[in-house]
Design a protein around this ligand. Structure first.
Ligand code: AMP
Ligand code: MG
Length: 407
């Protein structure tokens, strides 16, 4: 059996960023850009009005109020037909191009129509350029508007569309197949008969995958037969990562390792010194250009979640091209209560963050949750972190320092 650190090292050794591919801006959300994006136009593409109002000569208002003759109306999407001469004004809407000759826009709220084509302006003398956004003031054609290595955010999607770059080259979302195994599993919407339980792991793992910027592909539940496992594992091996839940322990129906071997998946390790999560299995299969990383998570939902956070999540980060953090855990203080821990393996214990580090307290504080052990998933639904108790026997009290893994 290997330690958690060694297991993580072995797992990360197999994980390299996925090859960049072209995606639509919306599909690229959350991905790292693998190219500089250049603009094909100036932004804004013309001197544009920032308000609804009148484009005028600023000098016409040097003496305060003025009455001007309206030349035309220009809405967004139209272009001006006339140049604005002294004593004239063009009614203009937000976003529309400024007519030649005009050097300021007065807001419509500061004007009154007088007659059919006359407008009175009662504004402070405008400064030249008032309410005009000059062409190219945000960026110029040919300029890099988003640098390679940036994360595609919602605003990035907008910029990509503004500059017409509709197929950006990005490191794609890893595709993660999820295969729940077990004769006892029924769908979460069904009512269990004796001996049956609802498949909570499949949807939970899909949610974890989604949360980590990868695309879950939930396969149908595999019964504990070699035939079913062979077919569905084969399907799952078409993805970048295959996450199995169940079937990797020491029971008579824990058939996953043998079927994985038969399908050409080479085992890297089986069993890790940790609690919960000891039966964890990890291997890889290479077929042509495609490599699939295969995790066999213990079926116990808490074990599955802990193993996901410890091993699958860092792999997804690596596949997405994200930097590996220097440390995944943080130091914290126990906020309250007393606690005894005894175990032959390091234990990951659910806890909530009570307070962040402050000037008064150098470390954040955590409260250990009431937890019935690895069958108790409910406590995990509340947890912000897993406190790591080293193997051995130890008593903890308020103020004691511990290491914790954020989840
Ligand atoms: P296994 O790792 O297959 O031996 O399963 C260990 C425990 O986890 C058993 O009590 C299973 O019933 C339970 N279990 C396995 N798969 C799931 C699942 N998809 N959802 C909820 N519990 C599961
Ligand atoms: Mg099972």
């Amino acid at each position: 059996m290997i330690d958690v650190d060694e297991a993580l090292r072995l797992v990360l050794q197999q994980a390299t960023p996925l090859s960049p591919s072209r995606q639509s801006p919306a599909c690229a959300l959350g991905c790292l850009l693998a190219e500089d994006v250049l603009s094909d136009l100036d932004s804004p593409p013309w001197d544009k009005s920032m308000v609804d109002g009148y484009a005028i000569h600023a000098a016409d208002l040097a003496g305060g109020a003025a009455e001007l003759t309206i030349l035309e109306e220009v809405v967004a999407g139209a272009v001006p037909k006339h140049a604005v001469e002294p004593g004239r004004a063009t009614r203009i809407m937000t976003g529309a191009p400024i007519p030649d000759g005009a050097d300021a826009v007065v807001m419509i709220e500061r004007t009154t129509l007088s007659g059919d084509n006359r407008v009175q302006i009662h504004d402070q003398p405008p400064r030249p350029g008032q309410n005009i956004l000059p062409r190219g003031s945000a960026f110029r054609a040919g300029e890099v508007v988003i640098a390679s290595g940036s994360t595609v955010r919602a605003a990035t999607v907008g910029v990509l569309c503004e500059v017409g770059h509709v197929e950006p080259l990005v490191i794609p979302h890893p595709r993660v197949a999820i295969l729940s195994t077990g004769n006892e599993l029924i769908s979460p919407g069904a009512v269990p008969r004796p001996g049956q339980i609802r498949n909570s792991n499949g949807p939970m793992l899909a949610a974890l995958v989604q949360q980590r910027g990868a695309t879950p592909i939930e396969l149908p539940v595999a019964r504990d037969t070699v035939g079913a496992l062979r077919e569905l594992i084969g399907e799952g091996l078409k993805s970048d990562v295959l996450v199995l839940s169940g079937g990797v322990s020491a029971g008579v129906l824990d058939l996953a390792p043998q079927v994985l071997a038969e399908l050409g998946v080479s085992q890297v390790f089986h069993k890790v010194r940790l609690k919960p999560g000891k039966p964890l299995w990890f291997g890889t299969r290479k077929s042509g250009e495609r490599q699939t990383l295969v995790f066999g998570l213990p079926g116990n939902p808490v074990s599955s979640l802990v193993c996901f956070e410890l091993f699958v999540r860092p792999v997804l980060e690596r596949l997405r091209g994200l930097p590996t953090p220097a440390a995944r855990t943080f130091r914290a203080k126990i906020a309250e209560g007393e606690f005894q821990h005894r175990g032959d393996r390091p234990t990951y214990y659910p806890a909530v963050l009570v307070s962040a580090a402050t000037a008064a307290s150098d470390l954040p504080t955590v409260r250990l949750l009431r937890w019935q052990g690895s069958a108790d998933l409910r406590a995990l639904a509340e947890a912000d972190a897993l406190v790591i108790f080293p193997a051995g026997e130890c008593n903890y009290a308020a103020g004691d320092k511990v290491e914790a893994l954020p989840i």
